[in-house]
Design a protein around this ligand. Structure first.
Ligand code: NCD
Ligand code: ZN
Ligand code: ZN
Length: 436
């Protein structure tokens, strides 16, 4: 594996974790060299004036769709990397449901190399669990893990590994390889034709329902399979109150289960479907306010480990059609932090230490990234994100770096702004622009 690019930068006038008086943070050759007052930068070092911003460890997204290879009309590794850097991310995990599917090391290594050459964010390819996401034959996980990309997370996301015997075998292989299986929890027999959360809103609107049990039955099944395999499992985009209760139970049994929640499942509910605008169509579907509340509380108390965007770009024609025909998924990378501020920080559910935990530290730990999600201390990696908690902005789809426009937040005011992102001392984004 080649050595990643590093840089030197003086980040002046920032408050690590939003605590205490502003300080300067000096990063030299990719590592934090000094934290203190009135530091001076060595020759050739970049300089950022923080203006009292909150300084956090760079964000890690366990769930991103970059669409390359195959759908470069909707996103590329370059445009997705730009969206990630602007959103405050220093590492993203790119899901395997590309075309061709990332079910072999040729593809996963190519994704990794392309991400490295762009250099805006560490792009970690996720490998498919089954060949072609077909759910019948395990992919060569060991080859992908052994490649230059060092794949450490496997998922058939977009589809559930629904065959229990295959899932059991995948967990057993994952254990021997020390890699993570991430499950898109959806029992397909319960979601045939489903396009919206099963509940009063879908019934009134005439939309076929996606029941809570389709998610929850897989969550509990996989918890039990992980228990018996003596390994861990990760639940993608947890979306229901019942999933939270099952996760809590599994944790109490000592089962090694982790889970993520998306910003949209924290903020939005199925009352938005009344317009039939397909921008609100997503898997799992937007649920009810009691689910939003349960997910927020679970993220605050650690039953849900982290926030992951499930950034899912789609072309205009895939959304500008009737609801039933539209592709599910919404953009997430550039709006994740302000939605966490809105749903978690402003209501008093998380402080900035908590934001660091759910956006950076826990996702890095879950997947075993040694150089991300680290404390802001001398000697640690200089991969950092600056947040202005008081600078609001209005979402204009045309102004996003993503190639696609399918954000559900159009015209909404976001309460906070990522003002700069630094990857190993290299400034990757600053004041709304990427630097490379
Ligand atoms: N979330 C979605 O609605 N769509 C994702 C797939 C997925 O995450 O299941 C996509 O790839 O578009
Ligand atoms: Zn999914
Ligand atoms: Zn996804």
């Amino acid at each position: 594996m080649s050595i990643p690019a590093t840089g030197s930068v003086l980040i002046a006038d920032v408050r690590p974790y939003g605590e205490g008086d502003p300080v300067d943070v000096l990063v030299v050759d990719g590592r934090i060299a000094q934290i203190g007052a009135d530091l001076s930068a060595p020759d050739g070092a970049d300089r950022i004036d923080g203006g009292g911003a909150v300084l956090l460890p760079g964000f890690v997204d366990l769930h991103t769709h970059l669409r390359e290879p195959g759908r470069e009309d909707t996103e590329t590794i370059r445009t997705g990397s730009a969206a990630a850097a602007l959103g405050g991310y220093t590492a993203v995990f790119a899901m395997a449901n590309t075309d061709p599917v990332a079910d072999n090391s040729t593809i996963t290594d190519n994704v990794w190399r392309t991400g490295r050459d762009i250099g805006l964010v560490d792009v970690h390819p996720v490998g498919a669990v089954t060949v072609g996401l077909a759910g019948t034959q395990l992919a060569e996980m060991g080859m992908m893990a052994a490649g230059v990309a060092g794949v450490r997370m496997f998922s058939d996301d977009g589809k559930c590994v629904d065959d229990p015997l295959l899932m059991r075998r995948a967990l057993e292989y994952a254990k021997s390889l020390d890699v993570l299986i991430a499950q898109h929890a959806e029992e397909p027999r319960l979601t045939v034709g489903a396009i919206a959360h099963e509940g009063p809103n879908a019934a009134r609107l005439g939309l076929t329902g996606w029941p809570r049990a389709a998610e929850e039955s897989i969550v509990i099944r996989d918890a039990l399979l992980a228990r018996d395999a003596g390994t861990r499992v990760h639940i993608c985009h947890a979306s229901t109150e019942g999933t939270v209760e099952l996760l809590r139970w599994a944790r109490e049994q000592g089962i090694a289960i982790s889970a993520e929640v998306t910003p949209h499942h924290l903020l939005l509910d199925d009352s938005r479907l009344a317009t039939y605008d397909p921008v609100n169509k997503v898997n799992p579907p937007l649920r009810e306010t009691r689910d939003n509340d349960a997910l927020r509380r679970a993220l605050a108390d650690g039953v849900i480990d982290c926030v992951a965007t499930d950034h899912a770009p789609h072309a205009a024609q895939e959304k500008a059609c009737e609801f039933a025909q539209a592709r599910p998924g919404m953009l997430g990378l550039e709006t994740a932090l302000p939605i966490v501020v809105d749903t978690m920080v402003n209501p008093g559910l998380l402080d900035w230490r908590g934001v660091a935990r759910v956006m950076s530290e826990r996702p890095a730990q879950i997947v075993g990234l040694a150089d991300q999600g680290r404390p802001i201390e001398v000697g640690e990696p200089g991969s950092l994100t600056l947040v202005d908690p008081d600078r609001s902005w209005v979402v204009r789809p045309d102004e996003l770096a993503s190639l696609s426009r399918n954000t559900p937040y159009e015209a909404m005011t976001m309460p906070a702004t990522v003002t700069a992102t630094v990857l190993r001392g290299v400034v990757t984004a600053r004041d709304g622009e990427v630097t490379r």
